[in-house]
Design a protein around this ligand. Structure first.
Ligand code: NA7
Length: 551
């Protein structure tokens, strides 16, 4: 990440809220707080808006949710005016969209860039947060709102010899802003997650050679991405309000027209035809082929077999095809990938797949890297090795709640939140798409709007009732954590060593972090809790206090 470049004097200021992160969550939250007449400052280490889409500039980066759905629905003016160039738009266009929204809402004056929050402490006497930054700023605010994103803490594995490699290294999640030219270079790519699957085909077109190091093969569905047509765009724009509402009532915030029957309830021929149709139409909605793919191993096997069959049809070398066919986890239990000619890329003469399972990477050398079985020479190495997902950005920020407790210590055995929105002993601190909410299992835009709307409604309620302090109770939090585990255990998800489970970070506790009960259920639950006067939260001061004292 680039260091702050523009010198400026340290700032001391007071706001109603400090919002950490200028991605879609932080931007919308700022807009809503302005609507309440509150003062807020968005702070972000980046030089501009966009969050995930600011950092993930690797070649081929694109959203795996259709753009007509991966966009804000709160402003009809914005959704009617903006034009997406492709069905699944690429990172540069999503970043342009983020800037368009910031312009439209004139968010810029209340955002502070190139500034990293390095500490936040709750003052129990004053019921407010003091936020410190790497630029020496001190902000005091009644509310602290974490809009830090779920995939924002890029992670390079702690390989021996890492700093001794003499060539160029890149992480997909912290890609340079200048164009990177791989022409004529020997490139090693470590990882075969979504970022690798998107970038490898593009890098392979340029580089002299690409060697892909795979620890776990992944399921991927072709995106069938095409340029946006006017007819398709019009169809959405004419019905946007009802389409947005339809998305909110789904399991994952994406309109996928799911089949509401089991994969095992139809004949093998019919099943195959349904998979074939979904494969041909492309995208993550493949998992909506049947209603039990994430619950039933036998059903899931039929989908996994189908995709493994496709991989073997596409990849010409049978040994490579075999290695690329995932067998270690049920399909969909690691985030299913969406690609453009990923498997086809292995038919290129300049692309080689190295299976790390028998011999892991031992170290980086000055000229390349070494596994237990072989040594490789590279001019450049791309780490497509993922993120300290969901919790990393929050636990690394030095957040201290009541009684000196830190978020890092509190979450040592896994994140504990109530609804993913608040945590006990961290009063007046909200999280947008926090662990314990549907977040990464959903269309993030739908979840962001849900969380921001709820937080805004809550803040209005607190103000109207003169409440000085709000926090999740331990009991409600523990019950929510247990409920989250219970719901996850009804699915096949815990069977995969995924980043949803923290499994990609050595030593990170294995806890299923997002809430898998579905967006529709989650929304209902959040609305019910608010309507009942914020059950499971302790509200102190103002009318809440008076009412309690009178009991
Ligand atoms: P992911 O999905 O976490 O993928 C990271 C990849 O890197 C994955 O294949 C890992 O293998 C691999 N990896 C991580 N550490 C190592 C080491 N030490 N050696 C070899 N390979 C390693 O991150 P992405 O950026 O691709 O995608 C994140 C999300 O962004 C994605 O799910 C979409 O929602 C968008 P592993 O599977 O752990 O064996």
């Amino acid at each position: 990440m680039p260091d702050a470049t523009q010198p400026r004097p340290a700032i001391e200021a007071q706001y109603d809220a400090v919002i950490v992160g200028a991605g879609f969550g932080g931007m919308y939250q700022l807009h809503r707080l302005r609507g309440l007449g509150m003062t807020a400052k968005v702070v972000d280490v980046a030089k501009g808006v966009g969050g995930t889409w600011y950092w993930n500039r690797y070649p081929g980066a694109r959203c795996d949710v259709e753009s007509m759905q991966y966009s804000f629905g709160f402003s009809d003016e914005i959704q009617q005016e903006w034009k997406w160039p492709e069905l699944f738009s690429a990172q540069p266009d999503i970043l342009k969209y983020a800037n368009f929204v910031a312009d439209k809402l004139n968010l810029w004056p209340d955002m502070l860039f190139e500034t990293r929050v390095e500490g936040a402490k709750f003052d129990e006497a004053a019921n407010q947060w003091t936020v410190r930054t790497n630029r020496g700023d001190t902000f005091v605010a009644k509310f602290l709102i974490m809009a830090t994103g779920c995939l924002s803490s890029a992670r390079v594995p702690d390989f021996k010899g890492l700093s001794g490699f003499k060539g160029k290294t890149y992480h997909t999640g912290a890609w340079p802003h200048e164009p990177v030219d791989f022409t004529g270079l020997r490139v090693g790519v470590i990882g075969t997650g979504s970022s690798a699957i998107q970038s490898i085909p593009v890098i392979a077109e340029q580089a002299a050679s690409v060697t892909v190091f795979q620890r776990t093969p992944n399921f991927s569905i072709p995106s069938r991405n095409v340029p946006m047509t006017e007819a398709y765009e019009r169809q959405w724009k004419e019905k946007y309000p009802e389409m947005r509402e339809m998305a909110r009532q789904t399991r994952n915030g994406v309109i996928a027209y799911p089949n509401d029957f089991s994969a095992l309830s139809v004949s093998p021929e019919e099943r195959h035809a349904i998979y074939e149709k979904r494969w041909e139409s492309g995208g993550t909605t493949f998992m909506a082929s049947f209603n039990d793919l994430i619950f039933d191993q036998a059903s899931n096997d039929t989908a996994a077999d189908f995709v493994r069959g496709k991989i073997k049809d596409i990849v010409k070398d049978p040994a490579t095809a075999e290695l690329l066919a995932p067998t270690s986890h049920p399909i969909g239990t690691k985030r299913i990938c969406v690609d453009t000619r990923y498997f086809e890329t292995y038919n290129r003469p300049n692309v080689r797949l190295v299976d790390l399972r028998p011999a892991l990477i031992e170290e980086l050398t000055p000229t390349g890297l070494k596994t237990a079985a072989e040594e490789f020479e590279f001019d450049a190495i791309v780490f497509a090795t993922g993120f300290d997902a969901m919790t990393g950005a929050l636990t690394n920020m030095g957040v201290e709640g009541t009684g000196g407790v830190t978020l890092e210590a509190e979450w040592r055995d896994g994140p504990r939140t109530y609804l993913g929105l608040m945590a006990a002993q961290f009063p007046n601190m909200f999280m947008i798409t926090g662990p314990g909410s549907p977040s990464v299992l959903s269309n993030m835009m739908v979840s962001i709007e849900q969380d921001v709307n709820w937080i805004t409604g809550c803040m209005a309620h607190l103000r109207a009732n003169g409440v000085a302090r709000m926090e999740a109770t331990r009991e409600a939090q523990e019950a929510w954590v247990l409920h989250g585990i219970e719901v996850a255990n009804k699915t096949l998800y815990p069977k995969a060593a995924s980043w949803y489970m923290g499994a990609n970070i050595p030593g990170k506790p294995r806890v299923f972090m997002p809430y898998i009960g579905g967006i529709a259920t989650y929304r209902e639950k959040c609305a019910e809790i608010a309507a009942n006067g914020y059950t499971g939260f302790a509200l102190t001061g103002g009318i809440a206090q008076v009412a309690r004292a009178a009991e």
